[in-house]
Design a protein around this ligand. Sequence first.
Ligand code: ADP
Ligand code: MG
Length: 377
Amino acid sequence: MAHRVAVNDGAAGSKRTSRVRVAVRLRPYMDKQDEKGEGPCVRGLGPQKLEIINWRNATETLQYQFDVFHGEQTTQQEVFLTSVKPILPHILNGQNASVFAYGPTGAGKTHTMLGSQEQPGVIPRAVKEVFKLVDAQEKEQDGWEYSVGMSYLEIYNEKVLDLLSPGSQDLPIREDKDRNILIPGLTHTPLLSFTDFDTHFIPASLNRTTASTKLNQRSSRSHAILLIKVVKSQRGPPHRQQTGKLYLVDLAGSEDNRRTGNQGIRLKESGAINLSLFTLSKVVDALNAGAVGRVPYRDSKLTRLLQDSLGGSAHSVMITNIAPEYIYYFDTFSALNFAAKSKQIVNRPFVRETVLAPTIAPGKRAREEQEAGGSGE
Ligand code: ADP
Ligand code: MG
């Protein structure tokens, strides 16, 4: 599966697949999420590590390592600087990128991506930075001109819906001859400035997020996808053109809605509820395993849409959001196993110092859980 990403960039080595960087962000402990007053069950151990209490044996902890660990004190600015800013210059060079917020409902995905007026998140910061980069390039007078535009959509129940054109129907996803993925009919709004972006984005995102409580099934089960496109055109002949795409995605909650009792966290099961989220986890696993086999992009709408912006020559970051309270324990555990596992396969060992879990092979997830859960018994 060669996925050529950018047109006209002579993407040699298009078969090369790049890893998805995985960051984990732990949000601050909240009293009101902890009715029993048990305190936090997760804590940071440094810039790449955290530990979580072993539910089978509270004298043990399970330790995990990632590309980056953002502790509860981490500011919005730090998350942006470490995990997102470095990938943005590629968008101005006809390359694609994607940033995802993954994790259970209530763990901080929307805070990370959108944030608030006082604490703006990745989205406003990234858009501002893109304009800053474009302005700097234009000052260089390098013979290219740039135009920026946005689309904003939602995937809900495997339907693709245009958030800039409320009431629109399910839109088709297509691939052109250069293997670029596109959605005919999707609103694309040209943007001249960050203020311009705000004007279009804020009403559309408020529409979606005002009802975004735990009780709102839709907002926790749909993926909100912001696309920022930068088209770079040569002023003189041969008038080459390059398009760079940046996807900023607030994913559906990773919690297993079907869980009964406190056992049986199976990503597979929650995947049956949200096919796109489950497929995304398989795609990330496949990419981080070196993509020897097929990368199952076509198995869901989200991954199909992101096919040219995830893996290949694209730059991708997954920010896994987790919460420290015990009521999130199993969702946290499952999110960590997903995030850490994708590291394991690329030869940076899944560090879990209290448990020996050396075998990592396809279909291992259930076994990992048994091992982790069953340790010390
Ligand atoms: P999600 O989108 O994953 O469901 P939210 O972003 O809505 O989660 O976060 C749940 C609550 O926790 C919100 O009230 C949010 O403001 C708060 N919150 C999340 N992350 C942080 C953080 N890093 N610092 C402070 N508050 C946070
Ligand atoms: Mg949210």
